[in-house]
Design a protein around this ligand. Structure first.
Ligand SMILES: Cc1cc2nc3c(=O)[nH]c(=O)nc-3n(C[C@H](O)[C@H](O)[C@H](O)COP(=O)(O)OP(=O)(O)OC[C@H]3O[C@@H](n4cnc5c(N)ncnc54)[C@H](O)[C@@H]3O)c2cc1C
Length: 283
């Protein structure tokens, strides 16, 4: 499950003396990289510290943060894979002859990871071309203008700056349940699994949980969602209810659709849209 950093190997300087920058950004995800590039283009000296601690299952990745490596991008690719599979099933109705071959999880993983790594590499190149110093190092504050950046080999750099930007993002949290760390994976792991997860229990009903449930179901796995109370808390609840009550739209459309879906249409539908049954004529 571990991803080799390969060409994403640290670019950190060998120099271990204090280095000063106008701006040091903590976090090399979408936010941190955009900010660092913009500041450099405005003439500031900029450094980015980015370090990915492995997930409990041992997964790690390169530059670019959540979105590129374990978020939006691989998620959308997995959805696309699921939708293509569903279209293939549905295509029989339109006269196509869908092959009966099984989905190859390993092919999808290989291609998703190749694309993710190429995007991550492009981010690294953008740092170089914009003169942003990149440190594959975990930064902690020593004082308001100093961070210690611990590199992968354990060596510590000292970076000082006039200003810092915190763009450290977030990681999935595990519930305090015996066995959770040893036996469960999160979205940090699912986009690089060597073998398919198979029948899956998704714990939680956030958008990440439901999206993972959706693409796994679309890829043909049996999926159950364990939800405590509210699905998609904080999102439009009308849409959330729609998703929960229609969790598995039939991928195999009715091959014999009813040509007359409404055999008894009302010949005189009420044209009055006023819902008030007793309107006051004096008003
Ligand atoms: C499965 C999934 C699907 C998603 N889909 C979408 C979507 O469709 N659309 C959307 O808008 N958003 C989506 N998101 C959310 C989106 O990915 C995040 O909001 C976004 O990536 C956050 O970017 P960021 O730069 O703030 O942080 P991150 O991308 O998380 O980057 C932070 C980086 O900082 C590093 N770091 C942390 N602490 C330190 C430290 N002390 N020193 C050095 N480095 C550190 C981290 O390892 C990480 O590399 C999705 C998220 C997930 C998990």
């Amino acid at each position: 499950m571990k991803i080799s950093l390969g060409s994403l190997a640290p670019q950190a300087a060998a120099n271990t003396g204090p280095q000063h920058f106008d701006l040091v950004v903590l976090g090399g995800g979408s936010g941190g990289l955009a900010a660092s590039k913009t500041a450099a283009q405005l003439g500031k000296t900029v450094a980015v510290c980015n370090f990915v601690k492995p997930s409990p299952a041992g997964t790690t990745w390169g530059l670019g943060g959540t979105c590129v490596n374990v978020g939006c991008i691989p998620k959308k690719l997995m959805h696309e894979a699921a939708q293509l599979g569903q279209s293939r099933t549905a295509s029989a109705w339109f006269g196509w002859d869908p092959a009966e071959e099984d989905h190859e999880w390993s092919v999808l993983m290989k291609n998703v990871q190749n694309l993710v790594k190429s995007m991550s590499f492009a981010y690294r190149t953008q740092c170089t071309t914009n003169d942003v110093a990149l440190f594959d190092a975990f930064a902690t504050f020593v004082d308001p203008h100093t961070v210690e950046a611990t590199q992968r080999d354990g060596s510590v750099l000292t970076l000082t700056a006039d200003r810092f930007i915190l763009a450290t993002g977030g990681r999935p949290s595990y519930p305090d349940v015996p066995g959770a760390l040893e036996h469960c994976i999160t979205s940090d792991d699912v986009f690089s699994l060597e073998s398919s997860p198979g029948k899956t229990l998704v714990v939680g009903a956030s958008y990440v949980a439901l999206e993972c449930a959706g693409f796994l179901r679309g890829l043909g796995f049996e999926v159950t969602v364990l939800m405590r109370s509210v699905p998609l808390r904080g999102f439009d609840q009308e849409m959330a209810a729609h998703i929960v009550t229609n969790p598995d739209p039939d991928p195999d459309p009715d091959p014999d659709p009813d040509p007359d879906p409404d055999p008894d249409p009302d010949p005189d539908p009420d044209p009055d849209p006023d819902p008030d049954p007793d309107p006051d004529p004096d008003h």
